[in-house]
Design a binder for this molecule. Structure first.
Ligand code: VGL
Ligand code: ZN
Length: 197
């Protein structure tokens, strides 16, 4: 059984949003169509408290897109985005949300970011998604959404490491591309055994 995992198609990652990904909204019609042919549909939703430690605004004198050392490793500092309950954190109005059987929220602990749908950025704290997929008998995953080089790539690599058969629809994903992060993420996904389409 196969599941489509739709990653973070939220207002803040679409044009006009706080952490807008170029053309982020253009993938939505294709994702809606793909949902119709999927056995199971799961959404992820970036969901941060207003004082989240990944926000540059929480670190005196720091600007967005710089790097900071966190106890769990290096962390990119972001503009405030996807604040719990905000418009920016809501799914884009064009996304067919009625098809989602499960919505997994991530990044809700102040001290730790979570790009992956499976593990927080310490790579050990589970979100619970693995158990959900396994108990539903899902063994293969198709991923699409935002952003290719962060949440999509981290989710795909973790899923492959966990033994799922993983395909990323790069045509239905868009990247942030910070200092070559898109090319680096594509290489890491391929090295992990992820199929890129
Ligand atoms: C994401 C940066 C910060 C993503 C989430 O969805 O790729 N990127 N939070
Ligand atoms: Zn985030």
């Amino acid at each position: 059984m196969s599941a489509l995992i739709v990653i973070d198609v939220q207002n803040d990652f679409c044009p006009g949003g706080a952490l807008a990904v170029a053309e982020g909204d253009t993938i939505i019609p294709g994702i809606n169509a793909l949902m119709q042919d999927s056995d199971a549909v799961i959404f992820t939703q970036d969901w941060h408290p207003a004082d989240h430690s990944s926000f540059a605004s929480q670190h005196e004198g720091r600007e967005p897109y710089g790097l900071i050392d966190m106890p769990y490793g290096p962390q990119v500092l972001w503009p405030d985005h996807c604040v719990i309950g905000s418009y920016g954190a809501a799914f884009h109005a064009d996304l067919d949300v009625d098809r989602a059987e499960m919505v997994i929220r991530k990044g809700f602990r102040r001290a730790i970011d979570s790009y992956s749908a499976f593990f927080e950025n310490d790579h050990t704290t589970p979100t619970g998604l693995e158990g959900y997929l396994r108990t539903r008998g899902i063994t293969s995953l198709v991923l699409a959404g935002l952003a290719t080089d962060f949440c999509v790539a981290y989710s795909a690599i973790d899923a492959a490491k966990l033994g799922f058969d993983v395909t990323v629809r790069t045509d239905l994903s868009r990247g942030i591309d910070l200092d070559g992060s898109l090319a680096a993420a594509s290489q890491k996904m391929q090295d992990a055994g992820v199929t890129l389409v």
